[in-house]
Write a protein that binds this ligand. Structure first.
Ligand SMILES: NC(=O)c1ccc[n+]([C@@H]2O[C@H](COP(=O)([O-])OP(=O)(O)OC[C@H]3O[C@@H](n4cnc5c(N)ncnc54)[C@H](OP(=O)(O)O)[C@@H]3O)[C@@H](O)[C@H]2O)c1
Length: 290
C-alpha cells in the first residue's frame, strides 16, 4: 500500500493512510472473550502494519481488554508512524452486554485501562462513544463527558479527542470544549443517514471514520454491488470500500476482519478506481431495492 494509491489524511498532528484496520473482529464471538486463534490474531495485526497500515482502531471494551492486549503483544514497541485510536464510554457485563459508562470516574478509569493494556504513556486519540442508542446517535448534551476527557487531555494522557455515535449538534457542542479530530459513526454505501454530517466534517477538516464500513455484523449484501464488482473485476467489499474513499477525502477506513485474505483484499481496495458513471450507479443504492 503506497501513499500515492491511498492518499493520506491528518488525524490531529499525525498523517495516516486512508485505509487502516479495525481490531474489533479479533476478539471472541460477540466481541467477547479471547480470539478463536491467538496466533492468527497476532499475525493479522503484524501483517496489517507490514502492508502499510498506520491507523488501528480499538477499544478496551472489545473482549473486554482482549484487542488492546493483542495489539500490545503483536506490535509493541509501536512504530513511530502508527496511530492507535481507542474509544471509551461503555463497559461489558459478565453476560457480554454493552453498558454505558459515561461518568467522569468511569471515563477516567477507561482511559487508564487503555493506557495500561496498550502499554503507552499517552493515548494517540480517544473517541467518546455516546451510548444513547447502540448503533445510531440520539440527541442530548455530551458536555459533561467531553469535559472530563478534555481534562484528561490537559493532564497529558490523551493527544487527540474524537467522538463516536454522535449528531451534528453534539459535534458542535464538543468543539466548544476542545478540538475534535475525528468522528466515528455508522455509515456505508447502503447506510447513508450521515450524508450531511460527512459534508460538514469535510468542510471543517475533521476525519470521518465510518464504523460498519462493510455492514458490520451482517456484511453488506446487494445485487447491485455484486453487479458493479463483477464489471470492475473486483470483490463487492472492495467496491464498498472504494466507494467510501471516493465519497470524501476526509473519510478514513477501518474495515474489521479476522481473516488475512480479507485484510489483503480490503487494503487492495485503495487502488480500485471507480469510474464516475459507476459511482452514479452506486449513489442511489440505499434508496432502491438492491
Ligand atoms: N465506534 C463504534 O461504535 C464502533 C462500532 C462498531 C465497530 N467499530 C470499529 O469499526 C471497525 C469496523 O467495523 P466492523 O468490524 O464491525 O464491521 P465491518 O468492517 O463493516 O465488517 C466486518 C465484517 O465484514 C467481514 N469482512 C471483512 N472484510 C471482508 C472481505 N474482504 N470480504 C468479505 N467479508 C469481509 C468480516 O468477517 P471476517 O472476519 O470473516 O473477514 C466481518 O464479519 C471495527 O473493527 C471497530 O474497530 C466502532
Amino acid at each position: 500500500m503506497t501513499e500515492g494509491s491511498t492518499g493520506i489524511f491528518r488525524l490531529g498532528d499525525k498523517p495516516v493512510r486512508r485505509i487502516g484496520y479495525g481490531a474489533m473482529q479479533l476478539a471472541g464471538p460477540g466481541v467477547f472473550g479471547p480470539p478463536k486463534d491467538h496466533g492468527s490474531a497476532l499475525a493479522i495485526l503484524r501483517e496489517a502494519v507490514a502492508l502499510g497500515v498506520n491507523h488501528i482502531d480499538t477499544s478496551d471494551f472489545y473482549g473486554p481488554h482482549v484487542t488492546n492486549r493483542l495489539i500490545h503483544e503483536a506490535l509493541h514497541p509501536y512504530p513511530d508512524e502508527l496511530v492507535i485510536v481507542t474509544k471509551v464510554g461503555a463497559v461489558r457485563g459478565a453476560d457480554a452486554s454493552w453498558n454505558p459508562a459515561q461518568s467522569p470516574a468511569e471515563l477516567t478509569r477507561a482511559v487508564h485501562d487503555n493506557l495500561r493494556n496498550l502499554g503507552v504513556d499517552v493515548l494517540d486519540a480517544v473517541n467518546l462513544r455516546v451510548m444513547g442508542n447502540i448503533h445510531a446517535p440520539s440527541s442530548g448534551s455530551i458536555a459533561a463527558q467531553f469535559t472530563a476527557l478534555a481534562e484528561l487531555q490537559r493532564q497529558g494522557l490523551i493527544r487527540h479527542l474524537g467522538l463516536s455515535n454522535v449528531t451534528s449538534a453534539q459535534v458542535a457542542e464538543a468543539r466548544t470544549i476542545a478540538p475534535v479530530v475525528c468522528v466515528q459513526n455508522n455509515y456505508n454505501v447502503v447506510h447513508r443517514e450521515d450524508d450531511a454530517l460527512v459534508d460538514e466534517l469535510t468542510a471543517a477538516g475533521i476525519a470521518y471514520v465510518p464504523f460498519f464500513p462493510l455492514g458490520g455484523f451482517t456484511p453488506l449484501q446487494s445485487d447491485r454491488l455484486n453487479r458493479v464488482a463483477a464489471k470492475l473485476e473486483a470483490k463487492p467489499m472492495q467496491v464498498a470500500l472504494a466507494w467510501l474513499l471516493a465519497r470524501s477525502p476526509n473519510i478514513l477506513l477501518i474495515p474489521g476482519t479476522s481473516s488475512r485474505a480479507h485484510l489483503r483484499e480490503n487494503l487492495a481496495a485503495a487502488s480500485l478506481a471507480i469510474p464516475d458513471h459507476v459511482l452514479a450507479e452506486l449513489e442511489s443504492i440505499d434508496k432502491q431495492a438492491s
